[in-house]
Design a protein around this ligand. Sequence first.
Ligand code: HAS
Ligand code: CU
Length: 596
Amino acid sequence: MSTALEAEQTFVDKFPDEARVVRAAFLSAFFALFLGAIFGIIQTLHRTDVARIIPSTDYYTVLTAHGVFMVISFTIFFLVGLFTWALTRSLDRPLINIKITWTWYGLMAVGMTLTGISILAGFVDSIDMSADVLFTFYAPLQAHPLFYTGLVVFIVGTWIAGADWFRTFLAWRSDHPDQRIPLQTFMVLTTMTMWYIATSAVAASVLLFLLPWSLGLIDQVNPTLTRTLFWFFGHPVVYFWLMPAYMLWYTVLPKIAGGRLFSDPLARVVFVLFLLLSTPVGIHHQYLDPGIAEGFKFISMTNTMFLLLPSLLTAFTVVASVEYGARQNGGTGLLGWLTNLPWRKPEFTGMMLAGLMFAAGGFSGMVNAGMNINYLIHNTLWVPGHFHLTVGTAVALTMMAGTYWIWPQISNKPIFSSQIGLFQVVLWFIGMALMSNAMHAQGLLGVPRRTAEPEYSGFDYPTMFGGFEELNVQIAIGGTLLFVSTILFLGNLALTMGNPRVSGLAEPLPSPVSGSEDAPQVLDNLRLWVSIAVVLVVLAYALPIAAIIQRGGLLGPGVGTYPVWVAPVFDALADAATPLVGAVTDASASLVEVVR
Ligand code: HAS
Ligand code: CU
């Protein structure tokens, strides 16, 4: 990693235009976080029957708003801000054309506003525009066209952002033909490549099926197909949330700990593994779906187990880097070094607590991924327990902690109060420990997710499942602490923005202990990795998708429901798919023979 900034210059001193984009992206993220938090607290208190300020009929509007604002707006706006910072900083050059940069930011903002309006319209009975489809917006749930249109505009925005970064990288490459790709840029490029592969399926699902269906151009869709296309995208999207956190853990956390990244080559291996393995695993969300053969589910499970590897490598490298920092600062002993770390800094403690929780979230992910144990927890509250540890803590808490470190770099304003920051990140950890643990436990009792009234009045749920009510109390308290923590974070940031500008806030990043010169050249061969990634996706998905289409039709049973102008296109596709399925089935049958 190059130490791109001179010691005395912050990012905003050097790249004021880019810093403005980063700030705008972060502020959009935090606005979404604010809205998401309001819906979060409403929902926790409603579900646990502590306070019901909405009618249960509005529960899915609240749940959709919470999910979409948190995991689509908050995380992705933060990502584009962070990646803009990281790429510019590590290449040490401005983006090619800042007008293009503002264009993609504008598209993302407009897109999310449209989607947000369609969701919030669900609260107004007189407006017939609801989009209560949850953040997993597959059929048979249907949203107003505005919901899908907004998403399309938002995703196109992210595509242009990726192109903006790739073009800037290529310009750098022609000036530096022989240099290794700087680590942060490498992380941006591999993550965006994964994003292009992943979003291809959701774009197809929305443009070919969901949007035409919602506009009334076609009468029906094949729900298994849209679910499968959704999860083709829906698993890699979780790594799209996670990669910004990993970037901060790899490149910023070691610096805050007073040390250096342990191994640049290992970090590259991890990002390449995510590019290769994030997509061909989506069917692990569909173990209980009918219409997909067990064999395909088994392949997805096997791939998922391989996908644990990069996170396990991350646990090792990140902890090793932190330990290195502690020992540099005089830390000794087997665990004694832990006391030589800057625990008073919210940016440090926040990221460490996020990592610690991710270890637990990773374990609940392993449980999810096992086909046989998945049947026990699928569609129970265990699953929200899992993802509040992963996206809700590993990602969200790292993003908040990262903000405490990065905001001064992009604004020249010191953080208003580190004490409030420290209190806030610890409060998040406590709140989440309570809420998520109780969610996992309720899940094991069989309490369903996505239900306004899980107690099923008239049905003696509490007595049937001992501990249900105590766990509800923990969920409600935990959720409330999370809400308070979010408000403290946002308040601290708002007060920071009111601080006067000062100089001397620059924090240049140190180079790794084992640098890029130790990394095999092949790691930087993005073309090779993209090709392998595409082959793996085809291997994992071609057969299941072909089989779904063959069995259920492109648009579900009873084909012939398209308007005149689309019919020939869809029919031709369906006709083309049939012999293809036959050919691939024959080929795999003969392969099985050969192997025997
Ligand atoms: Fe997951 C469902 C499997 C990771 C998010 N997941 C979900 C859903 C979401 C989600 C949102 O196989 C629900 C979707 C819905 O609404 O239906 N997940 C996994 C597996 C992993 C995993 C195997 N998930 C994530 C991440 C997410 C996320 C990351 C968001 C960011 N998940 C599943 C499955 C389902 C599922 C099934 C479907 C369940 C169902 O039936 O519906 C793995 O990637 C996890 C690997 C992680 C580890 C942990 C490594 C530990 C580290 C910590 C380092 C420590 C540090 C600090 C830095 C192996 C890296 C140390 C501190 C000190 C003090 C020393
Ligand atoms: Cu997944």
